[in-house]
Structures are given as structure tokens and as C-alpha cells.
Design a protein around this ligand. Structure first.
Ligand code: FMN
Length: 348
């Protein structure tokens, strides 16, 4: 089967980045509904290539080690389509308790020469109730693991942030296989301050307490939750968080979100745009943070590696640094869907 992605990419990259994003999701959903998504994405036909790569992480059976990072399916509208591209897990969101429109446009920039993206979307999302409706429809036929990434509304002051996470936890619990508390988007003012040792400990303990109650109300269903951290944390801050994660026995951690640094892209016309940088310039930094956390944290707590996974070799480096699973966002935009299966094979 020929890989149409190089042609599709040329067309998509001629559009404004956010328009291309919406066009791609719409196309994917349609192709999936007609059962031709795999062919269009240049994937081989034949036996299910992800069937024999099952791996147990956080008590869940993942079909393979590669997942879709949060932010691409913010509304939870294309879950089965992403599953059919070969992702073993799909993380939707970030979703906040109430719908919000996010920052003004333009807010998404491609730095093609660097295989990078800068975004300052600002948690544009439909809010928990609408997200749950979307998920009910779009997960039909999906055999992978569904992660739901949660955050706080822009207008919620940091003093009340825990309530927003608890509201989301309540709202998404039933539908989620795992839940990610996102404390690391650079595009919601003050959000990253929630990564302080005391804020993080309090959040984890309150979420664990609420989960006990939700477990009772959901026939004993235990939903693991993880915290997603930033690559811009200082070494001491990572060590302090590692201690909190070990002490609270959190289910897992995602390293990392996008970076506010501009190393590797300075001089580019978009380098000075505010927001988080992802893709190739983030690869090494994200792996360093992963390795540091791995060396400091209780071995039993799994890490999901995100940040600049652009090739099977990048995925292997995350795995070697201690990740149990990896996630991809920018790599999918620059390399296309064949990357997903190549990584799944590499990490088999
Ligand atoms: C346009 C865009 C939107 C994103 N939105 C979210 C989000 O809502 N929540 C989140 O936790 N991460 C979000 N991310 C971060 C990604 O999930 C991922 O952690 C990051 O891009 C690094 O991975 P990558 O280099 O493979 O892109 C977003 C990234 C991009 C490029």
C-alpha cells in the first residue's frame, strides 16, 4: 500500500495550522466510518499488527507501548479512528469542568525546518459533560486503553484548583481507563505552579481519597491516575516531586509536556511566539527529565515518555531511560501514521 502521507502533508502544510488540524480530524473520522482509514494512512493490510504486543502497565493491558499524547483529540471525537491508526492508547483532552474557548488565534505554529510546533491553545475544550457524550460515540469499536486528561478552568484561581480536578475526576471516572492530571501546560496562567511539592502532594491525596469513594460507586472499578509534568523543572524540583510520587504511591507519571525554552529554534520566525514548544527540539530534554525522575523515584511507579518521539530510535531512547509506554503528538504531524506501527514494532 503506498504511503499517501507525504502528499497529504504537503496539502495540509499549505493550510493554516489550526485549519489543517480540523481538516485532518474530519477526514480521519470520515475515512474511519467508511473503513478505509488504514489504506489512506498507508498502513499494511493483513493480520492486526498490534495484536501480539500486549503489555501490562498500571494494572491495565495496553495493546502496545505507543499512545496518542493529549491535545490532538481535545474533544474526544476520534478515538476509534486513532485506535485504527495503531495507537494502543489514546489520551483525550485536556478537558476542564466547564467549556472554554482557549486563547485568541493564531495560537498554533509549525516550525517545519525543525520538525517542531509551538502552541498556546489554552485548553480550548467542550467541558466535561459534552466530552462524555463525544466519548460515548467515538470510542465504539476501540480496543485500546482510553486516557482522559483533566485540567482546571482558566478562571479558577489557583487556591481552588483542587476542586476543578476533583470535579473532572468525578465526571470522567466511569468512562476512563486511566486519568491524567495535567499540571504542566504553559498556556494556563499559574498552572505550572501547581507542580510545587505541597500542591502536588495535596492534589494526589485528595484525588486518591475521592477515587476510593468513586470506586465504591462504580462496582469496584479502580481507575489509575497519573500526573503530567513539565520539562522545564529544575533538577531539585524533579527530585522533590519524585519523593512525593514515591511517598504517595501514585499510579504513574507522564514526562513531559511542551517546553517554554527555545533552544534549537532561536532565529526562527516563530521562535518568539509565546507557548509550548514540542517535537524534535524537545526530544533530548524530555528524555533527560525522564531519566532523572526514573533514578529518583520508586521503581514500581511507571513512567510514560512524551516529548519529541519522532522516530523508533527516539522511542527506544525513552524506553531505555525507563519509560514503560511512550506517547506521540508532533511525530504524527511530521512523519505520518506509519510511525505508530514502526514504534510499536521497535518496542515489542
Ligand atoms: C497543539 C498541541 C496541543 C496540546 N494540548 C495539550 C493538552 O491539552 N494537554 C496536555 O497535557 N498536553 C497537550 N499537548 C502536549 C502533548 O501532549 C505532548 O506532551 C507534547 O507535545 C510533547 O510531545 P511531542 O513532542 O510528541 O509533541 C499539546 C501539544 C500540542 C502540539
Amino acid at each position: 500500500m503506498p504511503d499517501f502521507y507525504p502528499i497529504a502533508r504537503r496539502i495540509l502544510f499549505s493550510l493554516d495550522a489550526e485549519a489543517a488540524h480540523h481538516a485532518t480530524l474530519a477526514m480521519m473520522k470520515t475515512a474511519d466510518a467508511f473503513g478505509v482509514l488504514g489504506q489512506l494512512a498507508g498502513l499494511d493490510e493483513g493480520p492486526d499488527p498490534v495484536a501480539s504486543r500486549e503489555v501490562e502497565v498500571m494494572g491495565l493491558t495496553f495493546p502496545n507501548r505507543v499512545g496518542l499524547a493529549a491535545g490532538l483529540d481535545k474533544k474526544g471525537e476520534a478515538i476509534s479512528a486513532f485506535g485504527n491508526l495503531g495507537f494502543g492508547h489514546v489520551e483525550v483532552g485536556t478537558v476542564t469542568p466547564m467549556a472554554q474557548s482557549g486563547n485568541d488565534k493564531p495560537r498554533l505554529f509549525r516550525l517545519k525546518e525543525h520538525e517542531a510546533i509551538i502552541n498556546r491553545m489554552g485548553f480550548n475544550n467542550p467541558g466535561v459533560p459534552s466530552m462524555m457524550e463525544n466519548i460515548g460515540k467515538s470510542r465504539r469499536g476501540f480496543r485500546g486503553i482510553l486516557g482522559i486528561n483533566i485540567g482546571k478552568n482558566k478562571d479558577t484561581p489557583n487556591e481552588g484548583f483542587i476542586d476543578d480536578y476533583l470535579k473532572c475526576l468525578e465526571g470522567v471516572y466511569q468512562a476512563a481507563d486511566y486519568i491524567t492530571a495535567n499540571l504542566s501546560s504553559p498556556n494556563t496562567k499559574g498552572l505550572r505552579d501547581l507542580q510545587s511539592e505541597s500542591n502536588c502532594r495535596e492534589l494526589i491525596l485528595r484525588m486518591q481519597e475521592r477515587r476510593e469513594k468513586l470506586k465504591g460507586e462504580n462496582d469496584g472499578k479502580y481507575v489509575p491516575f497519573v500526573i503530567k509534568i513539565a520539562p522545564d523543572l529544575a533538577e531539585d524540583a524533579v527530585k522533590a516531586l519524585a519523593a512525593v510520587f514515591s511517598e504517595t504511591r501514585i499510579d504513574g507519571v507522564i514526562t513531559t509536556n511542551t517546553t517554554i525554552e527555545r533552544a534549537g529554534v532561536s532565529g526562527h520566525e516563530y521562535a518568539k511566539e509565546a507557548g509550548g514548544l514540542s517535537g524534535a527540539p524537545l526530544t533530548e530534554k524530555a528524555t533527560e527529565i525522564l531519566a532523572l525522575l526514573r533514578s529518583e523515584m520508586d521503581d514500581a511507579i511507571p513512567i510514560i515518555g512524551s516529548g519529541g518521539v519522532m522516530s523508533p530510535a527516539d522511542a527506544r531512547a525513552k524506553f531505555d531511560a525507563g519509560a514503560s509506554l511512550v506517547q506521540v503528538y508532533s511525530g504524527l504531524i511530521y512523519r505520518g501514521a506509519t510511525l505508530v506501527r514502526e514504534i510499536a514494532e521497535e518496542l515489542e
